[in-house]
Design a protein around this ligand. Structure first.
Ligand code: HEC
Length: 197
């Protein structure tokens, strides 16, 4: 990812204020409010899903709760998109849903998160953002890591530890599943948000 705009924004703003003219290739700073909006959404969407998921796990166990991830997660992402005007989605370097394949920007963010986590950063704190040109349109993009929690391994842990009903259901619904073998603490994927500026 070139010209990553992460925590460098204050420094960049200071440079610009000091009179350094921005060349066309300079990173574009996020418009006011965008980062806060993205962070708020990134705090609420996974938390709401976790509530629904936990309820369903308690009610019908992991095999029953697969439907929550399959139906409710995309539904909740769509509802959040409609409410907020942000495009909301999840993706992973080892996706389960075939639609969860990351695009180039998402892939770079996910790889960076893995590197940061391997270097000792706390996975729940990992985020990144950037203004990018998408077909002549300036778009603010934001990513927040989704760490594997202990409850996630019921459906994303090593295959030999999954229950038989979970294994059977995953095989039937996701024959190309790559989203197993995770340990708690590892990054399962990320929540991605974007909005034109
Ligand atoms: C009850 C089983 C189950 C549990 C528990 C579960 N997941 Fe999933 N997860 C799934 C299924 C099924 C999908 C595919 C959803 C779809 O079709 O969109 C999925 C998809 C995902 C995706 C989207 C990318 C991809 O691989 O397709 C992410 C990210 C993810 N899960 C993270 C988590 C995290 C983090 C936890 C724990 C907080 C968790 N999951 C717990 C079953 C589960």
């Amino acid at each position: 990812m070139t010209h990553q705009v992460t925590r460098a924004i204050p420094a960049l703003a200071a440079l610009l204020l000091a009179g350094c003219a921005a060349a066309p290739t300079e990173p574009v700073a996020a418009p006011p409010g965008y980062l806060d909006q993205a962070r708020n959404l990134a705090a609420t969407v996974p938390a709401n899903l976790l509530t629904v998921l936990t309820d369903e796990l308690n009610r019908s166990g992991p095999a029953g709760a697969i439907e929550v991830c399959r139906e409710k997660a995309p539904q909740m992402a769509r509802a959040a998109s409609e409410r907020s005007g942000w495009n909301v989605r999840r993706a992973s370097l080892r996706n389960r849903n075939p639609k969860g394949v990351p695009d180039a920007w998402e892939r770079a963010a996910l790889e960076r998160f893995d590197t940061q986590a391997a270097a000792g950063a706390a996975a729940p704190t990992l985020e990144t953002w950037q203004v990018v040109d998408e077909g002549g349109r300036q778009v603010f993009r934001y990513a927040k890591a989704l760490p594997t929690q202990p409850l996630c391994v019921q459906c994303h842990g090593s295959v030999d530890k999954l229950s038989e009903p979970v294994k059977a259901k995953l095989q039937a619904l996701y024959p190309a599943d790559r989203a197993t073998g995770y340990q708690p603490g590892q990054i399962r994927g990320a929540l991605f948000l974007k909005k034109p500026i």
